[in-house]
Design a protein around this ligand. Structure first.
Ligand SMILES: CC(C)(COP(=O)(O)OP(=O)(O)OC[C@H]1O[C@@H](n2cnc3c(N)ncnc32)[C@H](O)[C@@H]1OP(=O)(O)O)[C@@H](O)C(=O)NCCC(=O)NCCS
Length: 336
């Protein structure tokens, strides 16, 4: 699971910034990363507070760089850069106030090239971790939106099993983007198609040969509704945008994973019955779906791994443990 990432980290030394320096789980993971010499680490927070928390927990983070936004010597330059990036949407005072917080400050460290990757969310919500990245790091060239994948992993009877599910964390639903004259500039279907293609790339990065199922409560028009139409249109768009990708839809989850049901409900599909990359029509289905696999299916869940961003920035669950922070740090820095 981690071999490719560890090789990447050995080949290119990376610096990761943790936005919540005093958190014991962050310090535990940081100490392990530093001891194993896997990457350089920046811990954000009041330096005395971070060091006291590390001492209290017995975590050796002496090789980390400690930065307190409140005493950061290049803060004026950072504020100026952020004002420029927000293009009139935030005043200098608003930017300075935002930068006093680890989430915005850490994101600007990445944006300004002082760190390669960022991991946050041990205490910040997903929205508060992701919003600074959306506002400041922005979508990569050619992408219309940022989305995310969850990589699921378990040791099965016949060896390791890896799956990819998306988008379980960022896009609540898919809507058309319209210009001031009411013309659709990016359709909802195009956005969902982009999520499917980006997720297939993420799956490939984790050693999965992607077979992408566009999930629905309907298979091949067996049900009707706006989300069914969305999955159908997105499937057609994705096939157009990535003709070499194995992708089919719309289909129900049983048709996606059971070869018998797949051939019954979706005869002739090479994806039905063999899917390993699952694209949900909305966040509700995705978020609930991956947690069922995690909690009842015995899968370890890695992510959300953000896709379509200009830099590797990832979000932790607030319920995370130190080992998850350690693994997500390897994933995040390894993707840099
Ligand atoms: C991601 C999320 C925080 C963005 O919401 P928001 O901050 O209210 O978004 P806004 O519409 O105010 O947009 C803020 C900026 O982000 C951009 N943005 C929002 N969603 C985006 C996306 N999916 N991709 C790229 N950019 C996006 C907007 O264009 C805007 O940029 P601008 O300020 O430069 O114009 C929101 O979609 C969300 O809460 N998602 C669910 C998170 C969650 O709770 N997940 C479940 C737990 S894992």
């Amino acid at each position: 699971m981690f071999t490719k990432l560890l090789d990447a980290l050995k080949a290119n030394r990376r610096t990761i910034v943790f936005t919540e320096g005093p958190d014991a789980r962050i310090l535990d993971a940081a100490a392990r990363l530093l001891k194993e010499d896997l990457m350089d680490v920046i811990l954000i927070g009041n330096v005395d507070e971070v060091k006291a928390a590390a001492e209290k927990g017995g975590y050796d983070v002496s090789k980390a760089t400690f930065i307190d936004p409140m005493t950061y010597e290049a803060m004026d330059e950072m504020v100026e850069k952020m004002v420029e990036l927000r293009k009139g949407k935030m005043t200098p005072d608003e930017c300075r106030a935002a930068l006093s917080k680890g989430n915005y400050f850490g994101t600007m460290l990445v944006k300004m090239g002082k760190a390669d990757a960022l991991l946050g969310g041990a205490t910040y919500s997903t929205a508060d971790t992701v919003r600074p990245a959306l506002q400041l790091v922005k979508t990569k060239k050619g992408a219309h939106l940022v989305s995310s994948s969850i990589i699921l992993y378990r040791e099965g009877a016949n060896g390791p099993e890896k799956l990819c599910m998306a988008d379980c964390a960022i896009n609540i639903s898919y809507e058309d983007t319209v210009d001031k004259d009411g013309n659709v500039t990016v359709s909802a279907a195009e956005k969902l198609a982009e999520v499917a293609i980006e997720s297939a790339r993420t799956a490939e990065f984790f050693g999965i040969d992607p077979k992408v199922a566009m999930l629905s409560f309907s298979t091949k028009g067996s049900g009707k509704g706006s989300t069914v139409a969305l999955s159908q249109e997105a499937t057609a768009k994705a096939k157009e945008m990535a003709p070499d990708l194995a992708i089919d839809g719309e289909m129900q989850f049983d048709a996606a994973v059971s070869p018998v049901v797949g051939q019954l409900k979706f005869p002739g599909s090479t994806v039905a019955g063999h899917a390993n990359t699952f694209i949900f029509p909305c966040i509700e289905a995705g978020n609930i779906g991956y947690k069922i696999a995690q909690r009842l299916g015995g899968f370890e869940a890695y992510g959300p791994i953000l896709q379509g961003l200009n830099a590797p920035i990832n979000d932790l669950s607030r319920g995370c443990v130190a080992d998850e922070v350690y693994k997500m740090a390897i994933i995040t820095a390894g993707m840099a």
